[in-house]
Design a protein around this ligand. Structure first.
Ligand SMILES: [Zn+2]
Ligand SMILES: [Zn+2]
Length: 389
């Protein structure tokens, strides 16, 4: 279980480009900003590096969406909501090197990726999706069906990208090395970077597979059952192992799917940790004389006894009617705040009774007002009133 920032920034703001930016503008903006975040370029302590890493992940997420025509269109129309179930990469769970090799052709640095790597085939990337839960579902835990899209290996070519029966040939751009020398910073440096044509592989397919056009991937719609544990909090994620993208070459293990939880607003209750808050209106007579109130809880109706002389705003705690703790299962409380409502319409008889009551009223016995009048007396005896203009 892990947390994430629930408030995502606007992707165009993140990259610092306008809404009408071209694909090329977006690529350049991403490259310029992402390279500033590279650990080798960040000056300062571990905190500065951590901040840069978070920034780099945010940039990469923005770039993933805005560089993809379909995702960008959905984002433009519906905002972050429009991307639910699209099978976005979960950068928050990825290391720096993974993201750098993912975007090696744009960033021009392979990280540990490319041909020189000896770690063996890379594990599949993690994906993220989200679900919205009601408080009732949080209270009891719930099986939920997740629907999302991911990129799987193409069936026809088994992920190779080559048309069946054809092979690969050395990349003509890098001559099979997977790396090219490129001058950067206005020609001041010669940097060796991943080959933009073969993305560092050194070879390319002779004839692209007709189904996936050489990408080796195809979009697949998945449905997965997850058991959401009782007591889960907004922003936490349920990890579904092995439901991310396939590993490199189809040999390495799949990535995971992280399903982030959101809470649907409840018409009655507000959640604070494992406690729930409820506002219950009561009448002046109920507050003054005491009453037994019918109150709703997530677990069915209940009664709350309020004593005579209850003040407006007072909070009563009903034990064990809140949400279960994620770890211990122990339930929080239901906090009921009573609010005294002043009648706006009274019958003739009610008004008459209240006027009778008012005649007998001795304001000085009311606890709140006694304090107030004492404060006023004290105030006038100890301070000089300000001059009026
Ligand atoms: Zn294919
Ligand atoms: Zn190449």
């Amino acid at each position: 279980m892990t947390g994430m920032a629930t408030d995502k920034r606007d992707y165009y703001d993140v990259l610092g480009v306008g809404k009408t930016a071209s694909a090329d503008d977006i690529r350049k903006a991403y490259r310029a900003r992402a390279l500033q975040c590279h650990p080798d370029r960040v000056q300062g302590d571990i905190e500065a590096k951590k901040k840069a890493e978070a920034e780099f992940k945010e940039l990469s997420e923005a770039y993933e969406v805005l560089s993809d025509g379909g995702k960008r269109q959905r984002y433009d129309r519906f905002g972050h909501e429009g991307l639910r179930g699209v099978g976005m990469h979960d950068f928050s769970h990825m290391g720096f090197d993974d993201i750098f090799s993912m975007f090696a052709d744009i960033l021009g640095m392979g990280g540990q990726g490319g041909r020189g790597r000896s770690r063996g085939p890379r594990r599949g990337y993690d994906l993220e999706t989200s679900i919205t839960l009601t408080l009732e579902e949080v209270a009891s835990g719930a099986p939920k069906t997740l629907e999302f899209q991911r990129q799987d290996l193409c069936d026809k070519c088994n992920g190779s990208g080559a048309a069946p029966g054809t092979g690969r040939r050395a990349c003509p751009t890098c001559g099979g090395y997977g790396q090219v020398a490129r001058s950067s910073f206005g020609g001041m440096f010669q940097a060796v970077t991943a080959c933009p044509r073969c993305h560092g592989a050194g070879s390319m397919v002779e004839t692209p597979c007709p189904d996936c056009k050489g990408s080796g991937r195809q979009a697949v719609n998945r449905k997965v059952e997850v058991k959401v544990p009782a007591g889960i909090h907004e922003g936490q994620a349920v990890r579904v192992r092995g439901e991310g993208e396939p590993g490199e070459g189809g040999e390495a293990s799949r990535g995971d799917l992280h399903c982030y939880v959101r809470l649907a607003p409840h018409p009655l209750f507000e959640r604070h940790g494992n406690d729930l808050y409820l506002r219950a209106p009561i009448s002046f007579a109920q507050a003054a004389l005491g009453a037994e109130l019918e109150i709703p809880t997530l677990y069915g109706p209940d009664t709350l006894k309020i004593p005579a002389g209850t003040q407006t705003g007072h909070v009563f705690k009903v034990a064990k009617k809140g949400l279960p703790d994620l770890q211990s299962g122990r339930k929080g409380g239901l906090m009921v705040q009573v609010v005294v409502e002043t009648p706006t319409k009274m019958t003739g008889k009610q008004e008459q009774l209240l006027r009778e009551y008012a005649k007998t009223e001795d304001r000085s016995v009311m606890p709140e007002s006694r304090g107030f009048f004492e404060k006023i007396k004290e105030y006038f005896s100890s301070s000089k009133p300000a001059k009026e203009e």
